[in-house]
Design a protein around this ligand. Structure first.
Ligand code: NAP
Length: 286
């Protein structure tokens, strides 16, 4: 029986990255639906659930991608609403990973946790208003860290922080002074900006004695944190543990593939941010 994955995206184009990973992880057929809005979801879910005998439905699943976390969560929650209205045996598995943010943030936080006790640690997510930074901040906050999210715009930083949790704070970084003050008391710094933008020069982090872990997600030079290289995987630099984008990316890919494989294994799975992060221990053991 062919393994079929229905791929839903609110964007104009479905993510080629996600489609290739789905095939590599064992999907025989990936059916991309682009420009999906919540009103389209019901018919797609029905098409997925009503075509096969219930015992074969573990070979069908739904994946929600796209860029925006908000839109992906909206589509996924509509899909769940429809699925929950069906008899249990007719439900299919569902996962969401907007912009690869849930798998990337999970990998990033797993690396941080391998270096330091996160609970009560001061963590700063630079450029944390994008999907990856936001998801990283959410996971860190859920694990009991103190989290500060930065943006070039104070209102955006505060809005993002508030949407994550009352315990997460936002701050503006619009120059060296505000940057230095944002990271001064940090135990952990995560750089979550776009490709080819350096967010944290060495002269600033080198002056912050408290920083123990430097984590960079940007794989395109110049990298996000000066001195941290993509392959760094716990490398020590001036006494700080460094994790670069490739080391995080390798774990991200493992998580992504494991999530798809699990979806085709047994019914009853929902992979959102928390569940995706939950896979990291088995991935790190491999
Ligand atoms: N290593 C991996 O496996 C992996 C996987 C997926 C993604 N990534 C990488 O993860 C990073 C984050 O992805 P994302 O999609 O969440 O990022 P994004 O949305 O493109 O950018 C994140 C934030 O960066 C800020 N920003 C944009 N341009 C900037 C500039 N010129 N200078 C300073 N800040 C700027 C923006 O915040 P404000 O406007 O609020 O300041 C934006 O919200 C990217 O580098 C991506 O390539 C890595």
């Amino acid at each position: 029986m062919k393994k079929v994955l229905a791929y839903l995206s609110p964007e104009r184009h479905c993510s080629l990255f996600d489609i290739i990973v789905a095939h590599d992880a064992g999907a025989d057929v990936v059916i991309p639906y682009s420009n999906v809005c919540p009103g389209d979801v019901k018919d797609i879910v029905y098409g997925c659930c009503f075509t096969r005998h219930p015992r074969d439905l573990r070979n069908s699943c739904i994946f929600v991608g796209g860029y925006s976390i908000e839109k992906a969560e909206e589509l996924a929650s509509e899909a769940l609403r429809v699925l929950n209205g069906l008899p249990k045996e007719l439900r299919v598995n569902i996962a969401l990973d907007p912009n690869g943010a849930y798998t990337t943030a999970s990998a990033c936080v797993a690396k941080i946790r391998s270096a330091i006790k996160v609970e009560n640690a001061n963590t700063v997510v630079l450029a944390g208003t994008g999907p990856v930074g936001c998801s990283t901040a959410r996971l860190l906050a859920d694990l009991g860290a103190n989290v500060l999210v930065s943006s070039r715009n104070l209102e955006r930083a505060e809005r993002t922080a508030k949407a994550i949790s009352k315990k997460v704070y936002g701050t503006v970084v619009d120059g060296e002074q505000t940057l230095a003050s944002a990271v001064r008391n940090a135990d952990v710094v995560v750089s979550a900006g776009p490709p080819a933008v350096e967010l944290l020069p060495r002269k600033i982090w080198a002056n912050c004695g408290k920083i123990k872990v430097l984590t960079d997600i940007n794989v395109v030079p110049p990298y996000g944190i000066e001195g941290v290289k993509p392959k760094d995987d716990g490398t020590l630099l001036e006494g700080r543990k460094c994790y670069g984008a490739l080391a995080i990316g390798v774990l991200k890919m493992k998580l992504h593939q494991m999530m798809i494989k699990q979806m085709f294994k047994e019914k009853g799975s929902l992979f959102n941010l928390k569940e995706t992060y939950g896979l990291h221990e088995s991935c790190l053991l491999r």
